[in-house]
Design a protein around this ligand. Sequence first.
Ligand code: ZN
Length: 165
Amino acid sequence: MTEQARCCRELTGSSKGASPFDRAIVLGWYDGPTEGLVRCGTCNRVDRFVMLDSVDEDREVRIFSMAPLPADSMDRLEEVLAPFLTPTWPMWVPLWRFPSEADRIRADRAVDALMVRGEAPEFVLTTSGLLDEISDVKVVSGNEAGQVHDWVSWMGLVRSSSENA
Ligand SMILES: [Zn+2]
């Protein structure tokens, strides 16, 4: 199956389809990515993704907020980690191991410094594979994002029956 590469800007106007993201640096992992950076393969926009919730243990649908970061964020993070860790694209999950505690602290601080440059989330998406396919997308305002308590129902999804037990 080949689909035309599209841009993250087209996400909100279309439904299910191929992911526009071509690279990810994963900074949090729990049975899959929970937090990190993705890059749009078309316009090179970089977003910070944070997992808000997940549904369906079998298909593993994850709900992520997407918040824009300065476009150089992914390159800068790679530069910080490059002396210690080798990137594995398209999805790089750096093992947070460093030769010394000082190096680890420096890396942590560099990540924090990159993240504070981020803006409020602009949209929320559901996917079982961030780089593969996007199932659904909804625009969210920064205001609204702070007030939603149940992202599963906000996205119009229902939890699988096994999770209700
Ligand atoms: Zn894009």
